[in-house]
Design a protein around this ligand. Structure first.
Ligand code: 1HE
Length: 257
């Protein structure tokens, strides 16, 4: 399933995915959510990283509220599960996803951003969870993912009081890992994605699929899973050639910027 509101373009090894419904502030209707899922399920194998961004003045205004009024409880349940399936494909898809944020990152827009691996925000970004004031609850995995970024207390505050975090506060509390000047998020996200695309594929896979699971495991199991993942990663030919390149003086040292 595709949607005219979701644009896709391959720039070298980077898949650029754009929410493209600026007149409605990139609000996410069912068709757009299904298209997002389909896109992440069918990414070309040439894509080694994704940059996700939004057209217009805002990243995303969240759920398309005009579709909400038609739903009963049972439909609401299935609707939420549909979001879960789509955002699961973003988080646990084939390659890392860098979100370039600006303007409103609210409600389901913040849920979508939270499913990405890295968030880069520009100065115009603001974050909110207006579900509280709309009489609803998060339904796109936000109650699982957002507390992992900022803690239960901050998310509770956002939903109980309608608190809005600006870009600088958002970076400070962990909603974004990078902060740029206005208009700079996309370029920074592309630069990070280019860097990510150069990693050994198995390392990126381990970071996307093993790390979040290890972080959920009791320490004893986590250590064991880590050892298994480390053994698999270091046995790949790519790991051996990269380590050899360093030892031969042919690979970059770690350097301060
Ligand atoms: C929308 C939506 C939307 C805008 N659904 N149509 N999300 C919210 O509660 C956020 C609601 N939106 C806003 O607070 C503001 O629109 C923004 C801060 C994002 C942007 O403000 P602004 O002044 O740039 O735009 P606007 O004039 O408010 O909106 C422009 C149009 O987009 C307008 O339609 P128009 O036909 O009158 O031009 C708006 O109605 C429309 N629009 N946001 C539908 N969200 C999986 S569960 C997730 C649960 C949630 O995400 S709840 C939170 C929903």
């Amino acid at each position: 399933m595709t949607s005219p509101d979701l644009q896709f373009e391959l720039r070298g090894a980077i898949a650029v995915v754009r929410l493209s419904r600026p007149a409605k502030r990139n609000a996410l209707g069912d068709a757009l959510i299904l298209a997002l899922r389909n896109l992440f399920e069918t990414l070309p194998s040439d894509a080694k990283a994704v940059v996700l961004h939004g057209e217009g003045d805002h990243f995303c205004a969240g759920l398309d509220l005009s579709e909400l009024k038609e739903r009963d409880a049972s439909q609401g349940l299935h609707h939420s599960r549909m979001w879960h399936a789509a955002l699961e494909r973003v988080q646990f898809g084939p390659v890392p996803v860098v979100a370039a944020l600006h303007g409103a990152v609210v409600g389901g827009g913040l849920e979508l951003a939270s499913a990405c691996h890295i968030r880069v925000a520009d100065d115009s970004t603001f974050y909110a969870l207006p579900e509280g004031s709309r009489g609803i609850f998060v339904g796109g995995g936000g109650s699982v993912r957002i507390p992992k970024l900022i803690g239960v207390a901050r998310m509770t505050d956002m939903m109980l009081t309608g608190r809005v975090y600006d870009a600088a506060e958002g970076e400070r509390i962990g909603l974004a890992q990078y902060l740029t000047t206005k208009g700079g998020a996309f370029e920074k996200a592309m630069a990070l994605a280019e860097r990510i695309a150069q990693n050994a594929p198995l390392t990126n896979y381990a970071l996307m699929h093993a790390l979040p699971r290890i972080a959920e495991q009791p320490a004893d199991q986590g250590f064991f899973t880590e050892a298994l993942m480390a053994a698999v990663a270091q046995s790949a030919p790519e790991a051996k050639s990269r380590v050899k390149a360093f030892l031969d003086g042919k690979a970059a040292k770690v350097q301060k910027d």
